[in-house]
Every structure is written in structure tokens, then in C-alpha cells.
Design a binder for this molecule. Structure first.
Ligand code: SF4
Length: 125
């Protein structure tokens, strides 16, 4: 039996998940909580947010630009592997300009999850 709080909405229902051949989720205020509870008990995933270094090319050198590019994964990665990906992203470098939605890593380690830019730099006018 596993207990957890559903984080899918502000109500924060306290879930109790019984594992085994007959999965049962109790305490959920809506069907989404049942799916979340089972997924968290069975194979928890986390969306990873991070930043990477920005490489500024000569033609943009005169602009006042941020030195870090904000990133996030396109979906959750296995929770146990999230720190490994976060460390990898710290060493990543993206050449400016970048656009929101640019894919910096596709199908990270065959997980089907990509790493995308979350803000255009320089901002689009
Ligand atoms: S179970 Fe449903 S109502 Fe409860 S916190 Fe999760 S999403 Fe919200």
C-alpha cells in the first residue's frame, strides 16, 4: 500500500494505492487521480526543468542577452533518472538565437522524451 498526494490540481487529494494484480486507488476526487495514483506507484515520472549555457555568436555579441537558456522535457522521464538528465543539461550549450519549442535533445536515451527550449532568446518581436 502506498500513500501520496495527487498533484494534478489544487485540491490535493490524499490517495491510497493498493498494489498487486488488483490495483485499487482510494481517496481520489476524480478519475484523473486514479490514473495518477497507479502511475506514480507503478512507474513514477518527472518533468525536468533546467537551464543550459547560451553561446552567443559574434553577430549577437553587442546585445544584452541572458547567459542561460531555459529548458524542459516534453514529458516525464523516469523519476530515478531525472537527476542524471539534469546533470547532463548543465553541461549542454545552445547557440543563440533559440526559439521556444526548439528541440535540443531528441529522444533522450531512447525514452521518447525530448528536451525543448521554453523561451525564445532574443525575444521574438
Ligand atoms: S484526484 Fe482529481 S480532484 Fe483530486 S487532486 Fe487529483 S485531479 Fe484534483
Amino acid at each position: 500500500m502506498t500513500e501520496m498526494v495527487c498533484i494534478l490540481c489544487p485540491r490535493g487529494c490524499r490517495l491510497t494505492v493498493s498494489e498487486g494484480p488488483e490495483w485499487a486507488v482510494r481517496g481520489n476526487g476524480c478519475p484523473r487521480g486514479a490514473v495518477y495514483g497507479r502511475s506514480e506507484a507503478e512507474s513514477p515520472v518527472r518533468v525536468v526543468t533546467a537551464t543550459c549555457r547560451a553561446r552567443i555568436p559574434e553577430d549577437l555579441a553587442g546585445m544584452d542577452l541572458p547567459r542561460r537558456v531555459p529548458l524542459k522535457t516534453s514529458a516525464g522521464v523516469p523519476k530515478a533518472r531525472a537527476p542524471e538528465l539534469a546533470r547532463q543539461l548543465l553541461c549542454l550549450e545552445a547557440e543563440l538565437p533559440v526559439r521556444e519549442g526548439d528541440v535540443l535533445i531528441e529522444d533522450w536515451d531512447a525514452t521518447g522524451v525530448s528536451v525543448v527550449v521554453t523561451r525564445s532568446i532574443p525575444p521574438l518581436s
